[in-house]
Design a protein around this ligand. Structure first.
Ligand SMILES: [Zn+2]
Length: 122
């Protein structure tokens, strides 16, 4: 497990096709997305780590009506919540047909000038 020094966080990780998460330097709690403080103990000493990108599907939903113009061209699309092996939960796109409990690995795609997460079968 390597430490990432960039403070740009989650979005910067995606741009480099990496999944990054935060670990609290005080209590060791892990969390996804870019937060200012530990959700467990409130400490602000958070470090970025690079996740392996592997995990298990916790929830699946198929979006048939996109919430914004940006995603309209993609609909219908599959969104998942994945429990990463590092111990935190993250949302991303997924290939159609993924099932709850299934092992997946992070992949990436470019859309609207951004790199987004899309999980697929390992
Ligand atoms: Zn903490």
């Amino acid at each position: 497990m390597s430490t990432v020094t960039s403070s740009n966080g989650f979005a910067a990780g995606l741009a480099e096709r990496e999944v990054r998460y935060q670990i609290c330097a005080d209590c060791g709690h892990v969390q996804t997305l870019a937060r200012l403080a530990c959700r467990s103990c409130g400490a602000s000493r958070l470090e970025w780590r690079r996740a392996a990108g592997t995990g298990a599907v916790f929830a699946v939903t198929v979006v048939s009506r996109a919430p914004s113009d940006e995603f309209r061209a993609l609909a219908p699309y599959t969104l998942v919540l994945v429990d990463l092996d590092e111990g935190c939960r993250i949302m991303g796109h997924a290939e159609p047909g993924v099932q709850i409990g299934q092992r997946v690995v992070a992949d990436f795609f470019d859309h609207g000038g951004r790199t987004l997460l899309r999980f697929r079968s390992p």
